[in-house]
Design a protein around this ligand. Structure first.
Ligand code: COA
Length: 300
């Protein structure tokens, strides 16, 4: 491929990635992440009321990834469903799960971000093949009568930009419509530079808004855990928000863009590195195909 390690590192910040080998399963990785989250929460899978998965990498058209994960975990009751918002999948899933708890009495919800976009790239297309990695991350939400929890979420989409990032092969339209099938391309197609500009603008906006709505200031935020799509996007957003480097978590150099998995993987590493303490304000944000973008503000 006509690229170089130097180009990839300097234009994206990526030095290493993990991709699924043939025979490996994203479901298995999601299961491991979910079991670890459940252990840390002191819960067994059977105690879950719901499994909500942000993913665009379900093995089948249906059943959903979430139903398959629920079964693998041995949960087998409650609700399980996927939220399709590409790289914003975890942000959307967390917001939906939080709303279910507030509105519908759900008490213990497993929220997962899992994607394997390496399985969807055309490995001859240098503009996408160098970017994506595979992975999964999970959190468990439980009720808390104190100040901790999701203080607010904001979800946004701009369907008018849907063509900037697509995988057209698996949609129902491609199987029903012969004309669409002829035009369908199996691989990810991305208009990277346009996406780059919109990602910076939209992630800045949604971050400011979610903080303002909670009647707080950006300076009150202890740590931003952003979607890891491109180091230069993360830096540009941080700069526009006036945030110092130490308040922005970055691990893209070791994982690449893992889509919906990137925020929960980063969150876990931030915790392992003890960058988040009790009562800290933590902000998660992302932008991805759809286009979709959003943010969650958490009191840890
Ligand atoms: C894809 C991306 C890394 C390209 O970087 P960029 O700074 O926008 O692009 P640049 O303007 O520097 O460079 C574009 C040029 O690099 C080339 N290029 C793209 N990939 C390359 C690669 N792997 N190696 C070498 N050259 C490459 C392009 O062909 C283009 O060449 P041209 O100008 O001759 O047409 C960047 O746009 C990006 O990360 N976009 C957002 C992607 C994203 O977030 N996707 C998922 C949604 S969350």
């Amino acid at each position: 491929m006509d690229t170089s390690d130097q180009w990839v590192r300097s234009r994206t910040g990526i030095a290493q990635r993990y991709v699924l080998r043939s025979g490996e399963s994203l479901l298995e990785i999601a299961c491991t992440a979910s079991r670890t989250a459940l252990e840390r929460a002191g819960l067994s899978p059977k105690e879950l009321d719901a499994v909500v998965v942000g993913t665009v990498s379900s093995e089948y058209g249906f059943p959903s990834f979430a139903c398959q994960l629920q079964h693998r975990l041995g949960a087998d009751s409650g609700a399980a469903f996927d939220v399709a918002a590409a790289c914003s999948g975890f942000i959307y899933a967390l917001s939906v799960a939080d709303s279910m708890m507030r509105a519908d009495g759900f008490e213990r919800v497993l929220v997962v971000g899992a994607d394997a976009l390496s399985t969807m790239v055309d490995w001859r297309d240098r503009s996408t093949a160098v970017l994506f990695g595979d992975g999964a991350g999970a959190v468990v939400l439980v009720p808390d009568s104190g100040p901790r929890g999701v203080l607010g979420s904001l979800l946004r989409s701009a369907g008018n930009h849907w063509e900037l990032l697509t995988v057209r092969s698996t949609g129902v339209r491609a199987t029903l419509d012969a004309e669409a099938r002829r035009r369908a391309d199996d691989a990810i197609q991305m208009r990277g530079p346009e996406l780059f500009r919109i990602a910076v603008r939209s992630m800045e906006e949604v971050t400011r808004e979610v903080v303002t709505r909670a009647k707080l200031n950006i300076d009150d935020v202890s740590l931003i855990v952003p979607h890891q799509a491109n180091l230069r996007i993360i830096q540009a957003v941080a700069e526009r928000l006036g945030l110092p480097r130490e308040k922005v978590f970055v691990n893209i150099e070791r994982y690449g863009n893992t889509s919906a998995a990137s925020v929960p993987i980063a969150l876990d590493e931030a915790l392992e590195q003890r960058l988040i303490k009790d009562n800290d304000l933590v902000l998660l944000n992302a932008c991805g195909g759809g286009l979709t973008w959003g943010a969650n503000l958490l009191r840890w």
